[in-house]
Design a protein around this ligand. Structure first.
Ligand SMILES: Nc1ncnc2c1ncn2[C@@H]1O[C@H](COP(=O)(O)OP(=O)(O)O)[C@@H](O)[C@H]1O
Ligand SMILES: [Mg+2]
Length: 256
């Protein structure tokens, strides 16, 4: 039975999509069966993985799944061994109103994923930065939240928003939601600031597990623009090693 993990942060540009994609590849390389779900109307993950082919999935994507116009089995795109994708689509944002007015609106994703959970070890959901019906569906369907963040002043204090949202979800729709951990991203040793912020992060949120730090690496950005994982683009890169280490850490926590 798959462990479902939401990669979330209400801040944009912190590395949600990069983390979802590369953690997915790292887990798949370890032999885990992984399903990636793109629930961001900006479909960056989908575009990164299948490019213009995104256009072919207008009637079978995460949005049509949630409105029950498609079934999960027909909405899966095979990426490589052990790695599948439920794509997002250009028309996802237009479906928001429809989903908001639908019965059981917070559980539409959870219910749609249920039939394939036995086929995977991990489901990783890439989320939009905004706090809306898509993020609520994702957190309601998840066992864990994984939070990438940048070690800036607002990056650190912004965690409070995420923790508030998680508390609300636990109270209303998913009492079992757990924090898998925080993943400091774009770490650089060039100034002392990130290290200082990391210390602050530990002091401000002493109960939050802080997982493997991902270094700032131009190769990650280049890989993304070519639609490749860091493992395909530059397997020897420090960031590739960091994602492998993170994958092991995630497996240890999730599988005990
Ligand atoms: N560790 C990193 N080093 C360098 N660039 C990064 C790193 N992580 C993410 N990026 C880049 O930062 C930008 C935002 O990342 P992205 O994953 O799209 O964030 P989000 O999904 O949270 O909006 C992208 O251009 C991405 O390539
Ligand atoms: Mg994104």
């Amino acid at each position: 039975m798959a462990v479902v993990i939401s990669v979330a942060n209400q801040k944009g540009g912190v590395g949600k999509t990069t983390l979802t994609m590369n953690l997915g590849y790292a887990l798949a390389d370890m032999g885990k069966r992984v399903l990636l779900v793109d629930i961001d109307p900006q479909f960056n993950l989908t575009f990164g993985l299948i490019g213009m082919k995104v256009l072919e999935y207008g009637d079978r994507n995460v949005g049509t799944l949630m409105t029950r116009e498609s079934e999960i089995e027909e909405s899966l795109v095979h990426i490589q061994e052990n790695l599948d994708l439920v794509p997002s689509h250009l028309n996802l944002s237009a479906r928001e109103i429809e989903i908001i007015n639908a019965y059981n609106r917070e559980r539409r994703l959870e219910k749609a994923l249920l039939p394939v959970l036995p086929d995977y070890d991990y489901v990783l959901i890439d989320n939009p930065p905004s706090m809306g019906i898509f993020l609520v569906n994702s957190l309601t369907a998840s066992d864990y939240v994984l939070i990438p963040l940048e070690l800036s002043y607002f990056g650190v204090i912004g965690m409070q928003l995420m923790f508030n949202l998680m508390r609300m979800i636990r109270e209303e729709t998913n009492e079992n939601l757990k924090l898998l951990g925080l993943v400091p991203n774009k770490f650089t040793k060039q100034t002392k600031v990130p290290k200082l912020r990391l210390k602050e992060l530990k002091e401000t949120y002493p109960d939050a597990p802080i997982l493997t730090t991902i270094p700032k690496a131009i190769a990650l950005e280049k890989a993304q623009s070519e639609g490749k994982s860091i493992f395909e683009f530059e397997p020897q890169n420090r960031a590739a090693k960091a994602f492998q280490k993170l994958a092991k850490e995630v497996v240890e926590i999730a599988e005990g």
